[in-house]
Design a binder for this molecule. Structure first.
Ligand code: PLP
Length: 356
């Protein structure tokens, strides 16, 4: 039995996997595979529509926002955002909370001036900077709601008076959010929404309508909006499996229901990290991510022993990111509580061996 704590692509529910497998062989008794159907067929147009509707329903997306299914991963958004919203303006603001925020900043600098309104680099990104000020002339503020590599999460989003753009790749659909707090939300699907290959964008129409310059078609949000995300061939299979996964989420009680389970899972693992004499958590208590739990050993020399011990007992994907070290257990929506229990048990067994 494997327990998949991988940071992405993420674990998906086995029922979703089964339905996806069935659709590869014979989609809805059509005698065709989902891999070979036309993206212009009414049946597939229905899938895109249903996916967008599920996003709207699960996140309570207001009518004046568009839901877009794109490609290129969250990384493409790093340049697409400034290409659309920074060009022609004076400056854009970024909150520097880690590895992915840094990547977003690097791309934005190709299109204009960037001000870093706050950074937690001084403490290896173990916290979320608070009390930052954004200048009025800024085109937008970009934040990363969950820092997948460092294991921190933003729980308060301030209104700074400029449009708020958020990279929610690794915590979207994990907890309730108020979409109205944001002007644009984006997420690579493969962290908590579906398989790799599709990127979700939720954007306020006002923001799109404010763009007056020309943008290359494949990078122009307006083109995707005006073509129902079908300007070119969309990632058919990735959208289909995301739809299945969102249906699963709806049946689990939606975002409200899964948030309760996610809190439980995170509390259980952090409680063990804090109790266990061998381990220590990386993130500040107030900013601990519920999706990516990062921790290390007080004695780094036995980290590889623990890793081997844990992997012999079915734990997959708990090695920390190469720049951070230690461990990272990702607790995405589909990871069951019993997997967290199994990891806690392994940590306790290892402690017992060490302290014999
Ligand atoms: C994984 C991740 C990305 C990069 O996503 P890709 O889809 O691989 O481009 C960006 N931001 C965050 C927060 C992530 O977790």
């Amino acid at each position: 039995m494997k327990h998949n704590f991988g940071a992405g692509p993420c674990i998906l529910p086995s029922s979703v996997m089964q339905q996806a497998a069935d659709a590869v062989l014979n989609w809805n008794d059509s005698g065709l595979s989902i891999l070979e159907v036309s993206h212009r067929s009414p049946e597939f147009e229905e899938v895109v529509l249903k996916t967008q509707l599920l996003v709207r329903e699960l996140l309570n997306v207001p009518k004046n926002y568009s839901v877009l299914c794109l490609q290129g991963g969250a990384s493409t958004q790093f340049s697409m955002i400034p290409m659309n919203f920074l060009q022609g303006k004076t400056i854009a603001s970024y909150l520097d909370t880690g590895y992915f925020a840094q990547k977003a900043i690097k791309e934005a600098r190709l299109f204009g001036d960037v001000e870093i309104v706050g950074s937690s680099r001084d403490k290896d990104y173990a916290y979320i900077p608070d009390h930052y000020h954004v200048q009025h002339a800024s085109a937008y503020l970009h934040v990363t709601s969950n820092n997948t590599i460092e294991g921190t999460e933003i729980f308060d989003f301030h209104d700074t008076g400029v449009p708020l753009i958020c990279d929610m790749s690794s915590d979207i659909f994990s907890r309730k959010i108020n979409v109205r707090d944001f002007d644009l939300i984006y997420a690579g699907a493969q962290k908590n929404m579906g398989p790799a290959g599709m990127t979700l964008v939720i954007v306020k129409n006002d923001l799109l309508d404010s763009v007056k310059h020309q943008v290359p078609s494949m990078s122009d949000y307006r083109i995707y909006r005006d073509n129902q995300s079908m300007f070119n061939t969309p990632p058919v299979f990735a959208i289909y499996v995301s739809m299945l996964n969102l249906l699963w989420l709806k049946n689990e009680g939606g975002v409200e229901g899964i948030e309760i389970q996610n809190k439980k899972k995170a509390q259980m693992l952090y409680a063990e990290i804090d109790r266990n004499s061998l381990f220590v958590g990386n993130a500040n208590l107030a900013h601990r991510s519920r999706m990516n739990v990062t921790f290390r050993m007080r004695n780094p020399e036995i980290e590889s022993d623990f890793l081997a011990f844990a992997s012999e007992r079915g734990m997959v994907g708990i090695k920390g990111y190469r720049t951070v070290g230690g461990f990272r257990a990702s607790l995405y929506n589909a990871l069951p509580l019993h997997s967290v229990k199994a990891l806690v048990k392994v940590m306790q067994e290892f402690e017992a061996l060490q302290t014999q």
